[in-house]
Design a protein around this ligand. Structure first.
Ligand code: MG
Length: 252
């Protein structure tokens, strides 16, 4: 069921999503060569608690897997999404790392992701990140009252293909609110004019996941990797649908 949020609910969505945006902003100064993904997770968990929120991914369950053990997903290089932070994973100069974070506060969820560069990175990695960020921007631009979910999907997918990159298979954005994942599903490929109609007051997370070499993915437990080992980037915002351009609830 797609939910429409009233003003009171929107205020709460703004707050949980503000914490997400704040964290992703602060991580700009934290992510550098030599830090472990475990330490990034600790930083995140503490910031969220200091803001009176709860790390929404920690303990998140899906059938067949142990509950997700951390506050963030940390997905480096060819890991697309859902990477598990580890003391053993030390970031190196030249890595790229997607950090995805969910916050629960006062009944509502926030969710966003950003890919960071670790020190100096390759031209290829810079271009991938630029294309993925631009794909998100184009998707968000379509998201307004009266449009269809397919308008977002088409904007993202067609742009990524035009740049000769690949949208990761079967990984999508989603509605968000009292649950971390609500209807509608927001695919990163699709047809203009198709899918559920967007209405003012809906809150959705748009999240292109873009790979250099192939759309195919390999799942290893929680973690999703690009099948050919090439790089992948991920940017996500939770937005509020309005009559005009959407409001970015997780601006970072
Ligand atoms: Mg999400």
């Amino acid at each position: 069921m797609i939910t429409i949020k009233n003003n009171n609910e929107i205020a709460k969505m703004r707050e949980s999503n503000r914490i997400v945006g704040l964290l992703l902003h602060k991580l700009d100064d934290i992510i550098k060569p030599g830090i472990s993904t475990y330490d990034i997770d600790r930083f995140a968990d503490e910031l969220i608690r200091n803001e009176a929120g709860k790390a929404a991914f920690k303990g998140y369950s899906i059938p067949g897997l142990p509950p997700f053990p951390a506050a963030i997903c940390s997905s480096a290089n060819s890991c697309i999404v859902h990477g598990i932070p580890s003391k053993k994973q030390i970031l190196q100069e030249g890595d790229i790392i997607g950090i995805d974070v969910g916050v629960y506060k006062d009944g509502f969820y926030g969710d966003a992701a950003k890919t960071f560069q670790v020190g100096e990175i390759s031209e290829q990695a810079i271009t991938l990140m630029t294309v993925t960020r631009e794909a998100l921007k184009r998707g968000i631009f379509q998201a307004r009252d009266g449009a269809r979910v397919g308008d977002i999907s088409h904007a993202i997918g067609s742009y990524v293909m035009s740049q000769e990159y690949f949208v990761a298979d079967n990984l999508t954005g989603h509605g968000i609110g009292r649950s971390l994942h609500e209807d509608p599903v927001v695919p990163n490929v699709g047809l203009k004019g198709k899918g559920p109609r967007l209405k003012k007051g809906m809150t959705i997370a748009i999240e292109p996941m873009v790979n250099i070499g192939t759309n195919r993915v390999i799942e290893k437990g929680w973690e999703f990797f690009v099948a050919d080992g090439s790089l992948s980037a991920h940017f996500e915002h939770t937005i509020l649908i309005t009559e005009n351009e959407a409001e970015l609830l997780t601006e970072y």
